[in-house]
Design a protein around this ligand. Structure first.
Ligand SMILES: Cc1cc2nc3c(=O)[nH]c(=O)nc-3n(C[C@H](O)[C@H](O)[C@H](O)COP(=O)(O)O)c2cc1C
Length: 137
């Protein structure tokens, strides 16, 4: 069972967050996989899920929106939402709402990072990955 970290990112900022989340999970001894939303196929053998997107025109990017709308019921799977933003940053909140509607159990508040994550924010991403790993069973 692994932690799955899905991201959609236009300039690599949300991807940097995804990589740090996985680093945190791996630091706790869990297997973790980072998947670009365009390559996502299925949620299988997953014990916790992170979904991230930057915000464009006040919305989540399209491939992540597509993935979320097609998600099967999550049945209490531990989940988190995250993403980089420029000024309003709606995507992580939007993602968290949908993950919850689909039956996910939020294990942390949506993590939003303005622009490129600095060392402090990368640390917060790693902590989120640690929480996800701790919630894995
Ligand atoms: C066309 C366009 C629209 C954007 N719209 C928003 C927006 O509505 N709200 C916001 O907070 N940031 C907005 N941004 C800023 C991006 O969310 C920000 O640059 C983010 O750091 C990009 O992260 P990424 O590299 O992971 O895609 C927009 C950027 C572009 C290029």
């Amino acid at each position: 069972m692994k932690v799955l970290v899905i991201y959609e990112s236009t300039r690599g900022r949300t991807k940097a967050m995804a990589d740090a989340i996985c680093e945190g999970a791996k630091g706790k001894g869990k297997e973790c996989e980072v998947v670009d939303a365009k390559d996502f196929e299925i949620i299988e053998d997953v014990c916790a899920l992170a979904v991230g997107s930057s915000t464009r025109m006040k919305r989540t990017l399209p491939k992540v929106r597509q993935i979320l709308s097609a998600l099967q019921p999550l049945n209490g799977l531990p989940v988190v939402a995250y993403g980089s933003y420029g000024w309003s940053g709606e995507a992580p909140g939007e993602i968290a709402g949908i993950l919850e509607e689909k039956g996910g159990k939020l294990v942390g508040k949506p993590l939003r990072v303005k622009d490129y994550p600095n060392e402090e924010m990368l640390g917060k991403c790693r902590e989120l990955g640690e929480s996800l790993a701790d919630s894995c069973s």
